[in-house]
Design a protein around this ligand. Structure first.
Ligand code: CTP
Ligand code: CA
Length: 224
């Protein structure tokens, strides 16, 4: 009995995960997107389910799939759809991990018809999307909230700033300077930064292992 409880420390807990890129429509055939594969987020969902959690995974366009009956996968396309789904489930969850590479800007106007080529140059006016993570940080009550920070310079400073500004319990710093880190691949090199100022640098690992380490870090902070 005790053994089972130790192996499934998230049994009875609900976890929200966001994953993947978002696509922001320009016209019926074009969009603005990014190179996120969704792998990291899907691995986090699997790691949480393996610990017994009931998981809602809200993912932008990704080729990744899920097989666990503990994971409810909700596929979305745009930042605004991801915002709505995340808010639908947030009140109910104990832990939220927002790993999606959400577009910061989207076309201000979406053309109804395919845009025809004309002039030699062409601009699209963009407007900010809503920051899903910050919006959840602003309304959180019991939830343990985890964000990611993708940085290329002044990494620790920027990540700490996001941890504070978005009212997080933990941020996962993903430095694009590190070989083997970031988009597409199956490995990642991250640093965990906690809201009590612990900085835990990790080795280069598989995304599966990073996800397991992240869940262990969350459990550690929850049990502290
Ligand atoms: N995020 C989000 N909604 C957005 C933008 C970002 O939920 N509209 C989340 C990401 O999922 C990630 C965290 O915020 O967990 C940080 O994303 P990042 O792009 O590193 O930071 P930004 O706050 O968007 O700032 P910038 O891109 O300017 O560095
Ligand atoms: Ca961003």
């Amino acid at each position: 009995e005790k053994d089972i409880l130790n192996k499934l420390p998230l049994r009875g807990k609900k976890v929200l995960v966001t994953a993947g890129p978002t696509y922001e429509a320009i016209d019926p055939v074009r969009f603005i997107g990014n190179h996120s594969s969704g792998k990291m987020g899907f691995e986090i969902a699997k790691a949480a389910a393996n610990l017994g959690a009931e998981v809602v995974l809200v993912s932008g366009p990704s080729h990744e799939t899920v097989s666990s009956s503990l994971i409810k996968l909700i596929r979305v396309t745009s930042a605004s759809q991801m915002y709505n789904e995340a808010h639908n489930y947030f009140n109910d969850v104990d832990i939220a991990v927002l790993s999606a590479a959400v577009a910061d800007y989207r076309p201000k106007n979406v053309a109804d018809q395919k845009i025809k080529k004309k002039e030699a140059t062409f601009s699209i006016e963009l407007e900010k999307t809503k920051d899903i993570l910050a919006s959840l940080g602003a309304i959180k009550t019991k939830q343990f909230l985890v964000g990611f920070a993708l940085e290329t310079n002044n990494e620790l400073e920027h990540a700490k700033g996001k941890l504070k500004a978005k009212n997080l319990n933990l941020i996962v710093l993903n430095s694009l300077n590190d070989k083997g880190a970031g988009f597409g691949g199956s490995t990642n090199k991250v640093t965990f930064i906690t809201n009590d100022d612990q900085i835990i640098a990790q080795e280069l690992k598989s995304k599966t292992q990073v996800a397991e380490d992240l869940m262990n870090q969350i459990l550690k902070q929850l049990n502290a």
